[in-house]
Design a protein around this ligand. Structure first.
Ligand code: MN
Length: 309
């Protein structure tokens, strides 16, 4: 549930694709291995690397594996991790000192800043299914060198609609605002909807995308299903969604990220040298990444491709 722990992002280049006017661009997620489970990675895509500051979206499970979505200690820089569960529960441990159980309907938001490490473990008594979304948000220059932090939101604002509910994870929907930290203008909404028509007010200065975990819906006549990213462009005042079956998923958005982003393994930075330095420090277990307190084995991978000989 924690990122590309075994599969480095294969493309470390990085200028975000310019936003487009309203559109529906549907791209298939690709599968990747995180810990013991296979995930569907909706972001980054080539060429679309970011939606607002959202730079990474994994749809994990559902899985019946006894280990759930456990991932041993690993580092991050320059990003927030956002964890949203649909089924099951996890224990989050990090080098800030956090130890937090997360359950469906709750939000974990960890800020890496200059460096953090964390692990996800099955919650005590874990059995049955685990299913969720793991996302990253790129931090802007103003905060990405700052201290790490962790927030758990046990309750989030939920908006009732005729077609179901919209939970405001990050940012706002209409005048309903999430308490979660956002370093740039960002939107993250979780849909849990029945067949019908759902109209969501959005900011026309934001670009948006939809990633579903179950069901299907249509926008502008195009059908969106799990295993896809539907990019919607900027310049919309509302999203009109035609829901044809019970459906759950996320609406992601934000002001198009103005800075080039370089991603490799669990790092979000601006240059190869920043990533090389961070990875050397993780490999040496430097103080920069702290200690998580997890009993799981820490995760290591070889150096970035640009330093191999
Ligand atoms: Mn992680």
């Amino acid at each position: 549930m924690s990122g590309p722990a075994t599969a480095p992002d294969d493309d470390a280049t990085a200028v975000p694709e310019p936003p487009t006017p309203p559109c529906v661009e549907i791209a298939d997620s690709r599968t990747s291995q995180v810990g013991s489970i296979t995930v569907r990675r909706a972001l980054p895509q080539r060429p679309r690397r970011t939606v607002g500051a959202w730079c990474f979206v994994d749809h994990a499970g559902p899985t019946d594996a006894a280990s759930g979505m456990s991932v041993g200690p690993h580092p991050h820089i320059g990003l927030h991790t956002v964890t949203w569960l649909l089924e099951g529960s996890l224990v989050h441990r990090d080098s800030v000192g956090s130890e937090q159980v997360i359950r469906p309907g709750q939000l974990n938001l960890m800020t890496a800043g200059n460096g953090v490490s964390h692990a996800e473990e099955p919650a005590p008594g874990h059995s049955g299914r685990t299913h969720g979304m793991q996302l990253w948000v790129a931090q802007p220059e103003a905060t990405r060198h700052g201290p790490p932090a962790f927030e758990h939101h046990a309750e989030l604002p939920v908006i009732g609609h005729e077609a179901g509910t919209v939970t405001v994870l990050v940012g706002s929907s209409g005048d309903v605002v999430s308490p979660a930290r956002a370093d740039t203008e960002l939107t993250g909404l979780a849909l849990d909807v029945r067949p019908g028509r759902l109209v969501l007010p959005v900011d026309r200065g934001h670009e948006h995308a939809i990633v579903l975990s179950t069901g299907s819906l249509a926008i502008d006549g195009s059908t969106v299903r799990p295993g896809q990213l539907a990019y919607l462009g900027v310049g919309r005042d509302e999203l009109v969604l035609e829901v044809s079956e019970p459906t759950a998923g996320l609406v992601l958005g934000g002001v198009p990220f103005p800075e080039p982003v370089k991603m490799w393994w669990n790092y979000v930075a601006r240059t190869q040298d920043e990533i090389t330095a961070a990875h050397e420090q993780w490999t040496e277990r430097a103080d920069r990444f702290g200690v998580t307190g997890s009993a799981l084995d820490s995760i290591d991978v070889g150096p970035p491709p640009w330093v191999r000989r």
